[in-house]
Design a protein around this ligand. Structure first.
Ligand SMILES: C[S@@+](CC[C@H](N)C(=O)[O-])C[C@H]1O[C@@H](n2cnc3c(N)ncnc32)[C@H](O)[C@@H]1O
Length: 301
């Protein structure tokens, strides 16, 4: 594995959470640098299977050379169909470590980081149909307002959206510098870093359809996990953590738990982590990426 591709977060907690059976079938839907996958393989016997997904072709350079390992170069929104194509109807555990890898974040030309002057790309799947620049140059003012406000929790989302549509009339917004110039008056003094991070989060979520994809994935986990199988999900911001928490607790993203005629709760999972698991001081000191990580675990009923 390439050094520095990604340092796995909450590694032991994730592996323990999967409750691995040596001859089971496990899925790591966010392979990245393979840090979690390698540990899963260590726990599997010769009849165990590990299926890894990653939509970023760069992750393929980390593929594990092991007969028990299968790699799927697809979005995890297509979990169920891909498992079926590989001949697996049901699996024993699924791990998702959401968001981008350190590698993606540290590569200037991927456009994920506010540290580099680069084209505003932000696609995890390099074949994806729209870049962050496309969002900025083609979405309506209302759409941009919503994205900045909901996905970035940007306070002045409305005036930011206005500044973008005004600026793009004279020239398209293609790079970080174009964007900063276009919206300079909107960026609060002394809070540039936090503000840009929120705006970038909003654009990244939109470009990759992250919330929609997460909900589609969660619904499929309930269909493909065997009873007693574990779902382990790590998220890095509240927009992701909320649907995970709600789905594990209620089998739904919003509203109340459904009950049957007799008043029994209709939900696919038992919650194993009543409170989200977070990194301890030692990990926080070693790996700043672990700071916002929240781990939730459910067991299929
Ligand atoms: C946080 S990293 C995972 C790091 C990994 N656990 C490790 O230890 O190296 C997330 C990875 O999942 C991939 N990814 C994110 N969303 C995805 C999706 N919807 N479908 C497939 N892969 C996705 C990203 O390309 C990235 O490589």
């Amino acid at each position: 594995m390439e050094n520095n591709y990604h340092v796995p977060v909450l590694l032991k907690e994730c592996i323990d959470g999967l409750n691995i059976k040596p001859d089971g079938v496990y899925v790591d839907v966010t392979f990245g640098g393979g840090g979690h996958s390698k540990e899963i393989l260590k726990k599997l016997g010769k009849d165990g299977v590990l299926i890894a997904f990653d939509q970023d072709p760069d992750a393929q350079r980390n593929k594990l050379d092991d007969p028990r390992f299968l790699f799927v170069d697809q979005n995890f929104a297509f979990l169920k169909n891909n498992l079926r194509l590989l001949g697996f109807k049901a699996v024993d555990g699924i791990l998702a470590d959401l968001g981008v890898s350190s590698h993606q974040f540290n590569e200037p030309d991927r456009g994920f980081s506010t540290r580099f002057e680069a084209a505003l790309d932000m696609r995890m799947d390099k074949q994806g149909s729209k870049t962050a620049a496309d969002v900025l140059n083609t979405y309506t003012e209302d759409q941009l307002h919503k994205i900045f406000g909901i996905y970035g929790e940007v306070k002045n989302a409305k005036s930011l959206a206005r500044a973008v549509v005004t600026a793009r009339v004279s020239s398209p917004i293609s790079t970080l510098q174009d964007f900063k110039t276009a919206v300079a008056a909107q960026i609060p003094k002394g809070k540039e870093h936090k503000y840009m991070a929120q705006v970038f989060q909003a654009l990244r979520i939109e470009v990759n359809g992250e919330i929609d994809v997460l909900e589609r994935f969660l619904e499929q986990t309930a269909e493909v996990l065997k009873p007693g199988g574990r779902l382990v999900v790590m998220s890095y911001h509240s927009l992701e953590d909320r649907p995970v928490k709600n789905f594990l607790a209620k089998g739904k993203f919003r509203g109340e738990v459904e009950k049957d005629f007799y008043g029994n709760q209709q939900k696919p999972f038992t919650v194993i982590t009543r409170k989200a698991v977070v990194a301890n001081d030692e990990e926080l000191e070693k790996n700043s990426r672990s700071r916002s990580a929240k781990l939730r675990i459910g067991e299929k009923i």
